[in-house]
Design a protein around this ligand. Structure first.
Ligand code: NAP
Length: 308
């Protein structure tokens, strides 16, 4: 089938394009001006120029499609560049749902994130609002909520590459954040890292799998790992042994409060809050969907970190 893909030029989007093509589908992509060079296998895709604020471009992308995958998301806001959580996670979803209703495209698969909620950070709240609009649309929807996604970033960024560059490669001990005075909890928040190919396979499988219709599904890898063990495994993948040091989160948040509006500063207060919440889940739903055990976050599957 022809599938409209919004957010097809980033880390996960490239794998969604590959998986769509491998499944015999034709991706129809909305691509921002300047991002044309980021499309994988562009000769096999229908490409439409525009941003998610442009209703006409959305409708052009949807023409002749039987399904939609909405994968747009941002982890930091830069309002001067029109990069906001509201536009990427809520307004954009609304525009696509409305276009789908207008053009009679019934199948809609949404990329959300594990841990989103109405009273969370601006990232979580806007993702939740996008989810809610879709849930009440009357379309045949599926919402996927992955934990942290890893895998060869192929020129983009996955979370393991970011942590390697910003923490593991620095000649300083890795910070193990802790809330308040709870030093014994340093670095103990947990994630279930999930491989990008497993995520892409779940999305493409769900397009036609009616058991996933009208359901919100967490995509989690096979292990629930502490921040400390995530850092250790990233270091090990590069044959390093990384020292660690407990760091009060209040200190990092105070520094971020001063600098997180600048693009060069590595982390925002929103990201720190979500990091400390952790996010884990059972791998059962994912393994059922892709009919195999999800990929482990281990040395064998992190070899790409040697070259990033
Ligand atoms: N990576 C993770 O660990 C993780 C975990 C849970 C959920 N997610 C979700 O997965 C999705 C993909 O994440 P990712 O890591 O692949 O991010 P990414 O590499 O930054 O890709 C984001 C995509 O969204 C597009 N985009 C952003 N703002 C846009 C706008 N205003 N108009 C049109 N397109 C816009 C980007 O286009 P350009 O190429 O033009 O910038 C790109 O295609 C996001 O929704 C994210 O929230 C990711």
């Amino acid at each position: 089938m022809q599938v409209a893909l919004f957010g097809g030029t980033g880390f996960v989007g490239g794998y969604l394009v590959d998986e769509l093509l491998a499944g015999g589908h034709i991706p129809s992509l909305l691509v921002r001006p300047g991002s044309e060079g980021k499309v994988t296998q562009p000769e096999k895709c229908a490409i439409h120029s525009g941003t998610i604020a442009d209703q006409e471009a959305i409708e052009a992308t949807l023409q002749d499609c039987q399904a939609i995958i909405y994968n747009i998301g941002v982890i930091r806001e830069f309002p001067k560049k029109e990069t906001t959580f509201e536009l990427a996670h809520h307004e954009g979803v609304k525009k696509c749902v409305d276009a789908a209703l207008k053009l009679g495209v019934r199948r809609f698969v949404l990329m959300s994130a594990n841990g989103v909620k109405s009273d969370g950070t601006a990232y979580q709240r806007t993702k939740f609002e996008g989810e809610e609009y879709l849930r009440h649309s009357g379309l045949d929807w599926t919402i996927f909520r992955p934990s942290m996604i890893f895998g060869d970033p192929r020129g983009r960024l996955d979370f393991a590459t970011i942590l390697k560059r910003q923490i593991v490669d620095l000649p300083l001990p890795a910070p193990l954040f802790f809330p308040g005075l709870s030093i014994t909890e340093a670095g103990q928040f947990r994630f279930s890292p999930v491989h990008v190919k497993d995520v892409a396979a779940a999305f493409i499988r769900s397009l036609t799998d009616e058991t996933t219709f009208n359901r919100t599904i967490v995509l989690a890898g096979p292990e629930s790992l502490t921040w400390k063990s995530v850092i250790k495994r990233i270091a090990l993948a590069g044959d390093k042994n990384k020292w660690t040091v407990p760091v009060p989160v209040l200190l990092v948040k105070s520094i971020a409060a001063l600098f997180d509006r600048f693009e060069w500063f590595p982390i925002t207060r929103t990201q720190i809050t979500m990091l400390l919440e952790g996010n884990t889940g059972s791998p059962r739903e994912l393994s059922g969907l892709i009919e195999k055990s999800p990929t482990c976050f281990n040395r064998n599957n992190l070899t790409y970190l040697k070259t990033v």
